[in-house]
Ligand binder design. Structure first.
Ligand code: MET
Length: 267
């Protein structure tokens, strides 16, 4: 008899443990870039909605460079990430043979050209050097920015342009390809740098000091930032709920108040 009691108690204990565990399973770990006060404020709003409306605890894992969060996602160290645009994801899936997909749109963050020497694009001098990010999507994007700013010409019709596609370069500008997290830091040595939103903030640049801002137009969809998941998880309700918790009016309000138009809601 006493053996049976032990089993029953054991069973009950197991059941209640099982239920608790289900609650604590509603934790989602999301990889983001570190060091942006604005992004921290946005995720604070999203985390509150996730907790209040969906009972989900969001844990943030911060990364310092763009090469890390997709690898962490593919390796299962995090559940989702939110740091990249469609074009970066495409390029990563191709080069790293990962199977990562977008499950929700977040913000659009125009890339900007900064200079600590000049206030206007036409002040660049012959032989000046400008830094651009070296990952294929952001490098191409930056070259198009230099083209739109009137500094270089590019071979048309290339999806991903490289420095080899520069056709005109009247000021003989030198383009220095650096890891995206380093372009802002090169500004003290170089005439200019194209800097992603993430790193402008971390490097202490003021967005309003940019001398050229990437225009928003019908080509901009590829630069929309996303929440991404491993393909096998894309329909998981838990992750869909994180997207719903992100895409709210409360989040829009926070984005507007912290970014003041520098980054825009894109859903
Ligand atoms: N938030 C960055 C941008 O839109 C993402 C770059 S891709 C890793 O410029």
């Amino acid at each position: 008899i006493s053996g049976a009691v032990v089993v029953l108690i054991g069973g009950a204990a197991y059941l209640s443990f099982g239920r608790n565990q289900q609650n604590s399973d509603k934790t989602v770990t999301i990889g983001i870039m570190s060091g942006s006060k604005q992004d921290d404020a946005i995720w604070k709003t999203v985390s509150k909605t996730a907790k209040d409306k969906y009972g989900i605890t969001i844990k943030l894992k911060e990364f310092s460079d763009y090469s890390q969060p997709n690898k962490a996602l593919a390796d299962g160290d995090i559940d989702l990430n939110a740091f990249q645009h469609y074009a970066f994801l495409d390029a990563t899936n191709k080069s790293s043979k990962t199977n990562i997909v977008a499950i929700g749109d977040t913000v659009i963050s125009p890339i900007r050209l900064y200079s600590s020497k000049y206030q206007k694009v036409n002040q660049f001098k012959t032989g000046d050097t400008i830094a651009v990010p070296n990952d294929p999507s952001n490098e191409s994007r930056s070259l198009y920015v230099l083209k739109n700013a009137g500094l270089i010409g590019l071979k048309s019709g290339k999806a991903l342009a490289t420095v080899k596609d520069i056709t005109d370069n009247p000021k003989q500008l030198k383009i220095k390809e650096l890891s995206a997290d380093q372009t802002a830091r090169s500004l003290s040595d170089l005439a200019g740098a194209v800097v992603n939103g993430t790193y402008a903030d971390t490097a202490g640049l003021d967005y309003h000091d940019a001398i050229y801002v990437e225009p928003l137009n019908r080509d901009s969809k590829q630069w929309v930032n996303i929440i991404a998941a491993n393909k096998k998880d894309k329909d998981k309700q838990l992750y869909q709920d994180v997207v719903k918790a992100y895409q709210t009016d409360a989040t829009k309000k926070t984005i507007k108040s912290v970014y003041k138009g520098v980054e825009l809601p894109a859903w």
